[in-house]
Design a protein around this ligand. Structure first.
Ligand code: NAD
Length: 279
């Protein structure tokens, strides 16, 4: 076990399963490069991997895990249901496909990737997810890109509160309202595009804080996420950056530093709007 692995805190999900607060995202890593990137991340101490059926690289994630030689139970693996596979039966079949590509018996967390309200299938999909949980195909179930109205509907029409909601969240889009809703309902906030895909890293507040701590702006942003309670999984293909991103456990932002980053909120999305995205 590397020092960084021990540094990463775990957060308890609402069904008692523990999730490492820091992980590695593989969106946009080409299938042929994924096993190597995953191996590098695992060597650097990451123990949480975030993939999706849509990323087309679940096979590489599975290969990277096997090549690392690490015991399966030491790695937390999330995958997500593709948008064209919503519905009760489809969701069940789709996870079988993901497990086959990953070469795993079970994932740790399975997410509905987008609510797609125009399809009006996410409640039936969620009922399929509840069955998958009870069958042991996944240790926890959650959602991604759900707005409060979508979470409220699940609360009214199902008996399982999502363990997490994975949403776009970074200094330029801080999502105060959703984070507060999550806190009040025991849903863990996962922040996707935690670095806004690099877009925010030139902000003066961040470069100044980076100078003050002798860290990079990316490390300051990732530290901010951890201190405000988000789960993060930045993506990089570059080995030095993969190691840099997890090296955020030797400094601490003050309340004033956190407030200063708070003022960067601009309601700026880099990705799709969940209310209108159609898959
Ligand atoms: P990110 O914010 O992690 O940014 C990644 C990009 O930032 C890299 O491609 C690189 O250009 C840059 N970068 C990374 N490390 C850096 C460093 N140390 N210094 C400077 N630049 C650096 O964005 P992302 O990949 O979109 O999001 C991370 C993960 O979130 C994804 O891999 C995926 O797992 C998840 N995600 C989920 C959804 C969803 O709909 N659920 C959508 C997007 C992403």
């Amino acid at each position: 076990m590397t020092a960084q692995t021990q540094n990463v805190p775990e957060i308890e999900l609402n069904n008692g399963v523990a999730i490492p607060q820091f992980g590695f995202g593989v969106f946009q890593i080409p299938p042929e490069d994924t096993a190597e990137a995953v191996r590098t991340a695992l060597e650097a101490g990451y123990r949480h991997l975030d993939t999706a059926q849509l990323y087309d690289n679940e096979q590489g994630v599975g290969q990277g895990i096997r090549q690392s030689g690490l015991p399966r139970e030491e790695i937390f693996v999330t995958t997500k249901l593709a948008n064209d596979a919503q519905g009760h039966d489809n969701a069940i079949t789709a996870l079988e496909g993901s497990l086959q590509r990953l070469g795993l018996e079970q994932v740790d967390l399975y997410l509905i990737h987008w609510p797609l309200p125009h399809q009006d299938k996410y409640v039936r999909t969620w009922q399929g997810f509840e069955e998958l949980l009870h069958a042991g195909k996944t240790r926890a179930i959650g959602v991604s890109n759900f707005q409060i109205a979508h979470l409220e509907r699940l609360a009214e029409e199902s008996g399982t509160v999502p363990a997490v909601n994975q949403i776009e969240l970074h200094p330029a889009l801080q999502q105060a309202e959703l984070r507060e809703y999550h806190r009040a309902h025991g849903i863990v906030t996962e922040a996707w595009s935690p670095l806004a895909q690099g877009e925010v890293l030139e902000e003066q507040v961040l470069t100044e804080l980076a100078g003050k701590f002798g860290k990079t702006a990316a490390q300051v942003v990732l530290r901010w996420h951890l201190q405000i309670g988000n789960v993060v999984f930045p993506k990089s293909k570059t080995p030095d950056r993969i190691r840099e991103n997890i090296d955020v456990f030797d400094f601490e932002l003050s309340d004033e530093d956190i407030d200063a980053i708070g003022r960067l909120d601009a309601g700026h999305r880099t990705g799709f709007d969940p209310d209108t995205f159609r898959g």
